[in-house]
Design a protein around this ligand. Structure first.
Ligand code: LLP
Length: 424
């Protein structure tokens, strides 16, 4: 049975009844399943079994300190994109040698922090950044551990906002420039080239891009070795997609999630596609999944405030919106929405919208919904990744609480923000 399931028409996450949490802690509310996160991480470990590897969780997907601690205890490393994420990872008990640092716009203080902490690798994204890293390392009298982020020019056929490995995207270093830098930085006193990195995008639902990525990375690693570098690892990024949309009719959710919350591609298939080319290098593989470790572990619980009909349209107005889950507004992303208590009655076709003063504030458009009335509780599914971490205080709203359930027990892993954060 999936961790999220109906028990006599009452929605449970593991053995915890969700409406009791909503009543006790208020809405909107993020709730996560510890067992689901554990299973997800284990599946990722198993996929690379037999090959030296490190799963560096992409902290940006969900940076709750308790979730980081859970993953740290299971042996995860971290993929960080700011000094804040590196700091959170270290505080959660992830040792520096399991942390990598990416990002096209690292500030000098962030580079300095990474060098001082002696993290596994700074994933450098441009020639100018490499020069700055060398200067900062010289000032600190250190040799920086650097990995070049390659732009392999691979199209994942996904949403343009989250495709990162095409020639025209802002990320990484073009192949010819990378080859030149690899040659020029041979034996450099301040730069130790320890790895190669790439991340081709997010919500990937095909295997082929990973196979191509493996080939590009292998060729570049062979070239680096020929130039006299001793690489320590190949970091292939993350990107594994999750199913948000049901394959059939949402009205059947009561008995069957119809593929929602499953991974779009199997971790083992991704690992095999990468390893086809990479295995021969005999180097550790770093993999940076974010979404696939946490998305399906989380739901966002919201309460129905009002029903409204205007301009020939129906709206269900709920107390969560783009401030809690921006994905529908930003990427036109689909998130399934289900009742916490299922009851019989007329289905309604409506937009599900939040309280924010923007017409772009919606969670679902033109959606067939089970019977709905004021006061009902609804769960927005697949909200564990890029939900809370992309939330905001827009309209002077307060970020919601987060709860981690395990079996029939639960604990608050972040309090709802108090009003005074708005003036601090
Ligand atoms: N590594 C790097 C360098 C990344 O930039 C990312 C995500 C990841 C790993 C993890 O990717 P994942 O396994 O989660 O796909 N806000 C968007 C997703 C943005 C992803 C940005 N980078 C969304 O809600 O769909």
């Amino acid at each position: 049975m999936p961790y999220l399931h109906y028990d006599h028409d009452v929605l449970k996450l593991e053995d915890t009844v969700l409406d009791e949490l909503a009543d006790a802690h208020g809405t909107p509310l993020f709730v996560y399943s510890e067992s689901q996160i554990r299973d997800n991480f284990q599946a990722m470990q198993t996929a690379f079994v037999g090959v030296p590897h490190l799963i560096c969780y992409a902290v940006k997907a969900n940076s709750n300190p308790e979730i980081l601690r859970l993953l740290a205890e299971m042996g995860a490393g971290a993929d960080a994109v700011s000094v804040g994420e590196m700091w959170l990872a270290l505080k959660a008990g992830i040792p520096p040698e399991r942390i990598v640092f990416a990002g096209v716009g690292k500030r000098d203080d962030e580079i300095e922090f990474a060098i001082q902490q002696n993290i596994r690798g700074l994933n450098v994204e441009s020639e100018m950044e490499l020069q700055v890293v060398a200067e900062i390392a010289a000032r600190l009298q250190r040799r920086a551990r650097v990995s070049l982020r390659i732009n392999p020019d691979i199209d994942i056929h996904g949403h343009p906002y989250i495709s990162t490995g095409r020639h025209k995207d802002k990320f990484g270093i073009a192949l010819d420039t990378a080859r030149r830098l690899i040659t020029e930085y041979r034996g450099h006193p301040q730069i130790q080239l320890v790895g190669l990195h790439a991340h081709i995008g997010s919500q990937i639902t095909e295997i082929l891009p990973y196979r191509k990525l493996g080939e590009v990375m292998r060729d570049m690693a062979v070239f680096a070795a020929q130039q006299g570098h001793r690489l320590e690892y190949i970091d292939v990024g993350g990107g594994l997609g999750v199913r948000y949309e049901p394959q059939g009719d949402e009205r059947h959710f009561r008995h069957d999630w119809q593929g929602v919350n499953e991974l779009a591609i199997e971790p083992k298939a991704v690992a095999d596609a990468l390893l086809t080319s990479l295995r021969q290098l005999e180097l550790p593989i770093l993999f940076e999944p974010g979404r696939s470790l946490v998305a399906n572990a989380g739901v966002l619980i919201t309460r129905v405030l009002y029903l409204k009909e205007t301009g020939g349209k129906r709206f269900v107005i709920v107390d969560a919106g783009m401030t809690e889950l921006v994905r529908p507004s930003l990427y036109s992303a689909y998130h399934a929405i289900v009742p916490l208590h299922w009851r019989e009655g007329e289905a309604v076709r409506a937009d599900v919208v939040g309280p924010i003063c923007e017409s772009g504030d919606f969670l679902a458009r033109d959606r067939q919904l089970p019977p709905v009335q004021r006061g009902d509780l609804r769960a927005v599914l697949t909200a564990g990744a890029y939900g809370y971490s992309l939330s905001s205080n827009y309209n002077a709203g307060l970020r919601p609480a987060e709860i981690l359930v395990h079996g029939s027990s639960h604990r608050v892993i972040r309090q709802r923000q108090p009003l005074d954060v708005l003036i601090k």
